[in-house]
Design a protein around this ligand. Structure first.
Ligand code: GLV
Ligand code: MN
Ligand code: MN
Length: 444
């Protein structure tokens, strides 16, 4: 096929942010698959493309190109089935813990007193999420296993690949629900009573897909199998762009959390109620949003109101209630608390309430592990992140954990614009493979 023709075809998919953007790799030959045309520049790139293209359409909104893979939804189930199939085809033994986290094992997970080396990430998404947040870590984990095998290596310690359920908390509100549950940070009673936007509880959502929610609880057995956890993830900011490096080592997470606020008003007619007689919940909510911005500026933190629900929601009705969710993050606990306290003061003055839905402390990853990864990865830069991850939940439960970030040339995440170049994805796989080989110890 002509190079120009390939370029043109590929650029159609550019709008949808899927893997076919790989046309930007200097093309050497075209490889036709059912969905279109991708470039093949190496066998490992082809392997990446094959895995990636299998999930590219799952849960993708055809208008925005973003993903909607919410916990226990049909799209999530398809992702889980895909993961199970890939594990099965590799002869990895798949287990599911009581919360529904999927674990695939190369070797006996109980066969090493030092514990296993576990990698992986999550397959769910935020509303209109990008393709890479989560799946890049899972796909890279599978490919890193393939790579060790292709090199004829067998790990001395078992290697696990995990898909954590409900990392984003997009459906039930609590992020990292899968890892919070097994570590005991999220209680079963609370989790099961969480409701999605349609009023469906997590308990009912799990029951509907054949799970047994009454079995939920901390899972010390699953945890005790993890000797070390290394999560590869797309970088969600601009750090690696600025450094001109393809991968970095993650050494920690900012303190962060989510709060639900309710701002009251009084429902009334938009055409007959004098301005002075109004109690408009939306006006209160606007003050809350501006206070969040002011507090973030004052305390060098981040504060975001990304979801608002207005009741009753009529164009010609003054709102009686605004429910707004605050996401706040800061490099240290004091700055986070100061930010949240300032916003809470505003909410109180509006006669509203503010309820903490989840909070994760400032997290330092395991120093020895971070140092080890850094030296293994050619003195890769080390960075912390304001994003939350299951690696943070595990680290706070005492599991030695660290992360590998892969450059994101758009610097944008939680959006269809999130991206990673193919050569950087492959650099991530190579980095992860060498980390797994080192930590697990390999023999020919
Ligand atoms: C997860 O991606 C988060 O940081 O909210
Ligand atoms: Mn995310
Ligand atoms: Mn993620």
């Amino acid at each position: 096929m002509e190079e120009a023709a390939c370029e043109a075809e590929s650029s159609i998919d550019l709008a949808h942010g899927n893997l076919l953007l790989y046309s930007r790799v200097s093309p050497r030959q075209c490889w036709r698959i059912a969905r279109g045309t991708v470039w093949r520049s190496s066998i490992s790139e082809l392997a990446f493309e094959q895995l990636w293209s299998a999930i590219a359409d799952i849960g993708r909104d055809s208008v925005t190109g973003g993903y909607r893979r919410f916990a226990w939804s049909e799209a999530d189930l398809r992702m889980r089935e895909w993961f199970a199939g890939e594990c099965e085809s590799r002869g990895l033994e798949l287990t599911e813990d009581r919360m529904g986290n999927q674990w695939a094992w190369w070797g006996d997970p109980d066969g090493s007193t030092a514990g296993s080396i576990v990698t992986g990430s999550h397959l769910d998404s935020v509303p209109d999420g990008g393709a890479f947040d989560g799946p890049l870590g899972v796909v890279s984990a599978l490919l890193a296993v393939d790579r060790l095998r292709a090199d004829g290596l067998t790990p001395r310690r078992p290697i696990g690949v995990v898909n954590f359920v409900d990392e984003e908390g997009a459906r039930f509100g609590v992020s990292c629900a899968g890892s919070r549950m097994i570590t005991g940070v999220l209680s079963p009673d609370r989790a099961l009573a969480l409701r999605d936007a349609d009023g469906v509880t997590m308990a009912d959502a799990m029951r509907a897909v054949g799970r047994q929610p009454e079995q939920l609880g901390p899972d010390p057995e699953a945890l005790s199998r993890i000797g070390s956890f290394v999560e590869l993830h797309i970088e969600q900011g601009r750090g690696l762009i600025d450094l001109s490096r393809p991968v970095a080592v993650g050494n920690g997470l900012w303190a962060h959390g989510r709060w639900r606020t309710e701002i009251p008003g009084e429902a009334n007619h938009a055409g007959t109620t004098r301005l002075n007689d109004r109690r408009d919940a939306v006006i209160g909510c606007a003050h809350l949003v501006l206070e969040a911005r002011a507090a973030a500026e004052a305390h060098e933190s981040l504060a975001t109101v990304g979801k608002i629900n207005i009741m009753p929601g009529g164009v010609n009705a003054i709102a009686r209630l605004a429910t707004a969710w605050l996401d706040a993050r800061a490099a240290d606990e004091a700055a986070l608390s100061a930010t949240v306290d300032q916003i809470a003061g505003q909410v109180a003055s509006l006669g509203g309430v503010m309820v903490e839905e989840s909070r994760t402390p400032h997290t330092d990853f395991d120093n020895a592990l971070v140092t080890r990864l850094t030296s293994l990865l050619d003195d890769a830069p080390v960075m912390s992140t304001g994003a939350g991850h299951d690696a943070g939940i595990l680290a706070n439960a005492g599991v030695p954990a660290a992360m590998i970030f892969v450059r994101n040339p758009t610097g944008i995440s939680h959006s269809p614009a999130e991206w990673a170049e193919p050569e950087d994805c492959l650099a991530g796989v190579a980095a992860l493979a060498s980390v797994l080989a080192d930590l697990a110890g390999v023999e020919p």
